[in-house]
Design a protein around this ligand. Structure first.
Ligand SMILES: CC[C@H](O)CC(=O)C(=O)O
Ligand SMILES: [Mn+2]
Length: 335
C-alpha cells in the first residue's frame, strides 16, 4: 500500500441538499455510527449550506441541526464529527454551539476568490482547538495561480488543510490536477478535493486529485449530494483499493451501509439527469439544482434554459434568490 488517503464523508452535509434537508435523528445516528465503524476519519454533518443554513433562502431543515449533531456525536467513537461553516450564513456563535454538541472539526468555506472572509472563523475554530479546514468553493471560476494565492491566505489564518471544491461539477481531470498541483506547491499543508458528478467525472476527478498529490478526498454514500451528487464513497474505496492506495476504510461495510441506511431515504435517483448534466456543462453551483427545478415549475420553463442563464451570469452560492428572478425574466422575454 503506497499512500494513506483520508476520506471525508459528507453524506450528512452535502447529501442534505439531495433530501431537502430532511434528515432525522434516527437516520443521522444510523449513518454516523456506520461510517465510524467503517473507519471514516472525518464525518461531516450540517445543513447542506452549512451551519445556520436552515432558512427561506436555502431551505428549512426538518430537524434542528444541533440536535442532529448531538445524535451523531453519541455514535462517533473514532472519527471526528465535522461541520461546514460559510461565513455570512453561519456565525462564530453557531460554531461554538456545534463544538458544544461534539463537533471536533470545521471546514470554513468561501467563494474561491474570497478567502479573506474566512480569517475570523478559522482563527475562532483554532482557539476552540478544532481541526480547521479552509474550503474554497467554485474552483472552476479561477485560474490555478489565483487559487494558490487564496489558499495561502487560509494557511496563514491557521487552516490545517485546504480543500478545493468543484462545486459545479464542471472541471475535467486535467483541470483538477492543475489546481491541486498549484495549491500544493504554494502551501505547506495538505490539499483535499471535493467533486460533483454532474459530468460523470467524480471518481475520475478524485483520482486525478490523488495522483496530483491530494491527501483528503470528499465522498458520500451512494454519491448522495447536490446536483448529480458527489464521489461515491463505496466506489472510491474499491477503486483506491484496486490501485493499492491505503484508505483504511471497510469496503464491504460501506457498501452495506449505503444499501441499508441511505438507499431507503433517497428522494430521487442520484443520477446524471438532464438538469444536473446542465449544471456541470454550464458551470452552475450544484446546490442550485432543486431550486432551479422549483423555479422552472413555477414559470413553466425548461430548467436547462435557467441553468445556461445562471452560468452565463456567473451566479455563485448565496445568490439562490436570483434563481427565481432570472426565471421570471426569462419568462417575460419568452412573452
Ligand atoms: C453551500 C455549501 C456548498 O454546498 C459547499 C459544497 O459542498 C460545494 O461547494 O460543493
Ligand atoms: Mn458540494
Amino acid at each position: 500500500m503506497e499512500q494513506k488517503i483520508q476520506i471525508v464523508d459528507t453524506t450528512l452535509r452535502d447529501g442534505s441538499h439531495a433530501v431537502r434537508h430532511s434528515f432525522t435523528e434516527e437516520q443521522v445516528s444510523a449513518i454516523a455510527a456506520g461510517l465510524d465503524r467503517c473507519n471514516v476519519p472525518l464525518i461531516e454533518l450540517s445543513h447542506g449550506d452549512g451551519l445556520g443554513g436552515s432558512s427561506y433562502t436555502y431551505g428549512f431543515s426538518k430537524r434542528n441541526e444541533f440536535l442532529l449533531l448531538k445524535a451523531a456525536a453519541k455514535q462517533i467513537k473514532n472519527g471526528k464529527l465535522t461541520v461546514l461553516l460559510l461565513p455570512g450564513i453561519g456565525t462564530i456563535e453557531d460554531l461554538k454551539k456545534a463544538y458544544d454538541c461534539g463537533a471536533k472539526a470545521v471546514r470554513v468555506a468561501t467563494h474561491v476568490t474570497e478567502a479573506d472572509v474566512s480569517a475570523q472563523h478559522i482563527e475562532a475554530a483554532r482557539r476552540l482547538g478544532m481541526m480547521t479546514v479552509g474550503f474554497l468553493m467554485m474552483t472552476h471560476m479561477a485560474e490555478p495561480q489565483v487559487i494558490a494565492e487564496e489558499a495561502k491566505k487560509m494557511e496563514s489564518y491557521g487552516a490545517d488543510y485546504i480543500n478545493l471544491a468543484d462545486s459545479a461539477g464542471f472541471l475535467l481531470p486535467e483541470d483538477v490536477a492543475a489546481r491541486v498541483k498549484a495549491v500544493k506547491e504554494a502551501v505547506s499543508i495538505p490539499v483535499g478535493f471535493h467533486a460533483h458528478n454532474n459530468l460523470n467525472l467524480a471518481i475520475a476527478n478524485s483520482l486525478a486529485a490523488v495522483e496530483a498529490g491530494a491527501r483528503y478526498i470528499d465522498a458520500t454514500l451512494r454519491g448522495l449530494g447536490a446536483g448529480a451528487g458527489n464521489t461515491q464513497i463505496e466506489v472510491l474505496a474499491g477503486v483506491l483499493k484496486r490501485k493499492g492506495i491505503d484508505t483504511g476504510l471497510d469496503f464491504y461495510g460501506l457498501m452495506d451501509l449505503a444499501e441499508r441506511s441511505v438507499e431507503p431515504l433517497m428522494q430521487r435517483p442520484q443520477t446524471v439527469d438532464n438538469g444536473s448534466l446542465m449544471l456541470g456543462y454550464a458551470g452552475v453551483y450544484s446546490s442550485f439544482l432543486l431550486h432551479v427545478y422549483d423555479a422552472a415549475k413555477k414559470y413553466d420553463l425548461d430548467p436547462r434554459d435557467i441553468m445556461i442563464e445562471l452560468g452565463r451570469r456567473r451566479m455563485v452560492g448565496g445568490q439562490e434568490d436570483m434563481i427565481l428572478s432570472e426565471a421570471y425574466q426569462l419568462k417575460q422575454q419568452a412573452g
